[in-house]
Design a protein around this ligand. Structure first.
Ligand SMILES: Cc1cc2nc3c(=O)[nH]c(=O)nc-3n(C[C@H](O)[C@H](O)[C@H](O)COP(=O)(O)O)c2cc1C
Length: 165
């Protein structure tokens, strides 16, 4: 089985998960950033990794996904949402819906990923009057995110994709 793994990563979290998954793929598989816009026609399966923006894959990934048809697909992402959270599940569900029924999604994984320090700096200054204010709940979530993706996340991602090959 020829597998293409493409990923989009702004700050390195998704790249880390992508490289861990790539380690368990069969010889001959190809890993490639979405920026290189690789052709996927020759592959039996495509694994797509993205960072989450507004609950969906980032724009570059959305654009790449648009044209894919008739393929078996695996999806994985990293996001600011807690591991095993409803928000994470919802992102995977919405991503699957964007690919099906013209493709078949056969594996999925999502985990938390540390959030860009520059963005956190901006969030810090949002007072209670801001339309999207900083809260104690968010502060805790951002603190937890700083620990991810960790070794356990990488192992779990490998497990998911090991199973399907
Ligand atoms: C501009 C921006 C927007 C983001 N929007 C969301 C979001 O809507 N939901 C979410 O859960 N995480 C969001 N995040 C967090 C990222 O998805 C998360 O940190 C991810 O692991 C980044 O992956 P990367 O290091 O591969 O770029 C956002 C991060 C940035 C920088």
């Amino acid at each position: 089985m020829k597998i293409l793994l493409i990923y989009s990563s702004r700050t390195g979290n998704t790249k880390k998960v992508a490289e861990a998954i790539y380690e368990v793929l069969p010889e001959g598989s190809v890993i490639c950033p979405v920026d290189d816009n690789p052709s996927y026609e020759d592959y039996d399966m495509i694994i797509i990794g993205f960072w989450v923006d507004k609950g969906l894959p980032d724009v570059k990934t959305l654009k790449y996904m648009e044209n894919i048809e008739g393929k078996k697909i695996g999806i994985f992402g990293t996001s600011g949402a807690y591991n095993d959270s409803e928000r994470g599940k919802k992102t995977l569900e919405r991503t699957r819906q964007l690919l099906e029924p013209r493709n078949e999604v056969i594996a999925e994984f999502i985990c938390q990923g540390k959030i860009d320090e520059r963005l956190l700096e901006r969030y810090k200054n949002r007072g209670p009057d801001h339309s999207n204010p900083m809260t104690e709940e968010k502060r805790k979530r951002h603190e937890e995110a700083k620990k991810h993706p960790n070794a356990n996340d990488l192992n779990r991602a490998q497990e998911v994709f090991r199973k399907i090959i």
